[in-house]
Design a protein around this ligand. Structure first.
Ligand code: NOJ
Length: 559
């Protein structure tokens, strides 16, 4: 199996909001093709494209109606083939999103499955009889609120849905289901797809006895550890590896909620022949109040030393026996500089500081669309958001349970709502940020006149060119891919400092995550006698000088 992904940087495209080519307000495949030269200039090696399959769009395409057909608003199958071809011409690989834990309820399999207990597709989903009193089979909750079970009178049974009611979970115990998934993967691989991002792959194997969770106060339905890492998970992934991944030399990244670094070894140790890497949730959920009935909307202040500890633990644990997927942003996470940094006075410095720390680590970095120009969170009125997660949570926690006030909920949405990252890509200072000539599917972030691609490309000192340089370093410096990692100053509340070592090379990565200058410079003991700057976000990197607000640099030992 090839390992090009070890020296690669992957760019995530969220098609709906990337670039609209026909003025209908939705991004589309032609729009992505139009921007391939831009992506080539940035230097990324592959695009992970969020789902573009036919879908009723209840969860923006993570609810698939037909795996073999492109959704009309995104284009046609021919457009997808053209995108693959045009990307390949530019040495850019294409990673598709495999959503195989669930389908749409409008998928033919479910339409048939719900009709009776004895048709061809009856066992494609997870059906259970009601409890004797007619209630749901257990107290499991959906990630998007409410019960994870929905009753269908036609069958006299409940089906399981970890996400919305329109996203029934597939029954991976059924061999035919697994084969269907491998077949559809092969369908796209035959069209040139190079790899897969696997949606909530850690959830595909279920605890099939479906025991109740221990009751918890304030919660009618519970989402917990039994929702993931089920007993046959690794067996299923190994089977998929044998059936499709290995024979086609696919690159893979699994989305693995509930995984710690030890579990990550099970997925990513090459000896086990499962996946290349996984996305962890540990570092991006550090500001969540554990166990709150308001789930992700219950926020606590973020503690910087915890971020260092978590990221470093993943570096240490996977070194030599697994691989990291490095990310701060994606279509489910807010803009990192708005969340934990400064997106106003020091927006550019701050974006570069986060990037320096992430791209200095071992693993495969992911850049989410707009991250490379320092896009920021969108602070909208609640009714201006479109995300089903926000809408469901509002109904459940604000209206029904009254467990959170509207004001506190809105603040939480501004902080961590998914639509923060889903606003249209800001290409220019023109109408609708150059995203569409029509009415955009989601309001454009009003800061687009200041933050846009045209501006970034015209400024040699922009965040864009800083990312470009980091990406270039990843391609050419084996210390980034192979070197050891050691966190320094672990208890320092302002500085993220670590050292990479490879053969006779040493690199020191330093970032001040603070809006103030750090006067007494604690990195002094680690500075090499002779050094040169590899990259720096202020023009005059001097490790001996006080560290300026959000100053970040990498220096290498010379001599
Ligand atoms: C994870 C995806 O990233 C998210 O956007 C989606 O809502 C859920 N999985 C369900 O597919």
């Amino acid at each position: 199996m090839s390992d090009w992904w070890k020296k690669a940087v992957i760019y995530q495209v969220y098609p709906r909001s990337f670039k609209d080519s026909n003025g209908d307000g939705w991004g589309d495949l032609k729009g992505i093709i139009d921007k391939l030269d831009y992506l080539q200039l940035l230097g990324v090696d592959a695009l992970w494209i969020s789902p573009v399959y036919d879908s009723p769009q209840d969860d923006n395409g993570y609810d698939i109606r037909d795996y073999r057909k492109i959704y009309d608003r995104f284009g046609s199958n021919a457009d997808m083939e053209r995108l693959i071809g045009e990307a390949h011409k530019r040495q850019i690989k294409i990673i598709m999103d495999l959503v195989a834990n669930h389908t749409s309820d409008e998928h033919l399999w479910f339409q048939e499955s719900k009709k009776s207990k004895d048709n061809l597709f009856s066992d494609y989903y997870i059906w259970k009889d009601p409890k004797p009193d007619g209630s749901a089979p257990n107290n499991w909750g959906s990630h998007f609120g409410g019960s994870a079970w929905e009753y269908v009178p036609e069958r006299g049974q409940y089906y399981l849905h970890y996400y919305t009611k329109k996203q029934p979970d597939l029954n991976w115990e059924n061999e035919k289901v697994r084969q269907e998934i491998y077949d559809l993967m092969q369908f796209w691989i035959d069209k040139g797809v190079d790899g897969w991002r696997m949606d909530v792959i850690a959830e595909i194997s279920k605890y099939t006895d479906f025991p109740d969770y221990e009751p918890q106060s304030g919660k009618e339905f519970i989402v917990g550890s039994m929702h993931r890492n089920g007993p046959r998970l690794h067996e299923f992934i190994q089977e998929m590896n044998r059936a499709v991944l290995a024979p086609n030399d696919c690159m893979t990244v699994g989305e693995a909620p509930g995984s710690n670094a030890e579990i990550a070894k099970l997925f990513t140790n090459p000896k086990r022949q499962e996946l290349n890497m996984i996305f962890t949730f540990e570092h991006v959920e550090l500001d969540r109040v554990p166990g709150s009935p308001n789930r992700k909307w219950a926020l606590r202040p973020f503690i910087f030393t915890e971020l260092k500890q978590v990221l470093s633990n993943w570096q240490d644990t996977l070194h030599g026996c697994g691989w990291n997927a490095l990310y701060f942003e994606n279509h489910d996470r807010p803009r990192i500089i708005s969340r934990w940094g400064n997106d106003t006075t020091y927006r550019k410095e701050c974006a570069k500081a986060f990037a320096t720390v992430l791209h200095g680590m071992q693993g495969t970095p992911y850049v989410y669309q707009g991250e490379e120009i320092g896009m920021v969170n969108a602070h909208y009125e609640l009714n201006e958001y479109d995300d089903v997660e926000i809408k469901n949570a509002y109904k459940e926690y604000v209206i029904k349970n009254k467990s959170i006030s509207e004001e506190v909920f809105k603040k939480a949405v501004w902080q961590v709502g998914r639509d923060n990252a889903r606003t249209p890509m800001q290409w220019s200072a023109g109408e609708e940020a150059g995203f569409t000539t029509g009415e955009p599917c989601l309001k454009v972030n009003p800061r687009f006149p200041e933050i846009n691609v045209d501006e970034a490309l015209a400024d040699q000192d922009s965040i864009f060119y800083y990312y470009k340089k980091l990406i270039d370093l990843r391609h050419h410096e084996p210390i980034l891919t192979e070197g050891t990692y050691q966190l320094l100053l672990k208890d320092d509340p302002q500085l993220f400092v670590y050292e990479r070592v490879y053969q006779d090379q040493k690199w020191l990565v330093v970032a001040n995550f603070w809006e103030d200058t750090v006067e007494a410079n604690p990195i002094a003991p680690f500075i090499y006698d002779q050094w040169e700057a590899v990259i720096s976000n202020y023009s005059d990197a001097d490790p001996h000088a006080p560290l300026k607000p959000y100053e970040a640099f990498i220096i290498r030992k010379i001599g």
